[in-house]
Design a protein around this ligand. Sequence first.
Ligand code: PMP
Ligand code: GLN
Length: 384
Amino acid sequence: MPLSSKLPHIGTTIFTVMSRMAAEEGAINLSQGYPGFGADPLLLDLVGKYTREGYNQYAPMAGIPQLRKVLAEKTKLTQGYFPDPELEVTIVSGATEAIFSAVTAIVRSGDEVLVLEPAYDSYEPAITLNGGTPVYVPLRASDFSVDWEKVSAAISSKTRAILVNSPHNPSGYVWTEGDLEQLAALVRNRDIYVVSDEVYEHITFDGIRHISLGAHPELKSKTFVCGSFGKTFHVTGWKIGYCIAPENLTAEFRKVHQYVTFSTVTPIQYALAEYLIHPDRYLSIPGFYERKRDVFVKGLEKTGLHFSPSQGSFFQLASYGHLSQVSDRVLAERMTRELKVACIPTSVFYSDKRDDKIIRFCFAKEEAELQEALRRLGGLGSIL
Ligand code: PMP
Ligand code: GLN
């Protein structure tokens, strides 16, 4: 019996496709976003310690209390508010799960959900699988800031939620206080929830600071803040993250979470709870990544590509429309096969696959690897 697909338009993600091609071609992989270096050995030792000490059975559904508490303390220190660890903080299996569970908790059949694009690829399937309809609003082409008039025009009586992401993947744009105020004004007096993807919260540059929607006096009552320890501590494969939301939203969120995964990997929760006690372990991250961003953009200047230095995340966009009209997918493929440097074509982040001739690089790599990639990119002219 043929299974009729609930997601007929979805194939294999571009991240899998490009990482596979990079491996086949022996290319430097600046495509899929993951760090090319290890985590702090101390954190790894803690995981070893807790597995050996027998912390290997199911964790509490909402996460171990120690981790929820230390996460609330981190939130107080970095964002100025203290979510109730018992009632407002849930540990989940990665930000992807946080986003999926939040969307599932709020979106009903027939609801519309605003998505600002370019957008991360997991948002749309989460909405569609719950019977919702994504309504796309383009970010400004010039700098990927939010065009609030367009967002306002997209709101209808069916709008149930808006999905937002800052620091933004793929552009690196970081929301300003003004952006938060604009969003607050739009959802004021309306039954619209906000799912806020803040996985790059600790990766911002040039003194720019990430402002969590959870820290906003009005937005906090309507927002699910989704975060990822995998991103923050260079362990994306651990798939561990969190959701912070007010008590009534958290109650609904947990009803979903307890049947999506029930709970999240126990020894890693204990390890993170101990590791997070020292704030310098996350406060040092912006500087660490800013050095990599600087190395990468300095080299990129010599390639002929156009770009503005990323404000946050570990991604750098670059445009090549002034040099060639080849499609971004073809260019990404040629770069991987011929220059041996893989990147992501950004058309994949748009619902209509619009091609603005922009590619995305991940600079979360060792400096030597970045330098070698930049050297190879010197040959760009030969494949355009
Ligand atoms: N949102 C964005 C914008 C991301 O780039 C990622 C990274 N993979 C995720 C969510 C998912 O995070 P996690 O790996 O913790 O599920
Ligand atoms: N977030 C990562 C990126 O944007 C990829 C994660 C994944 O492969 N699903 O590259």
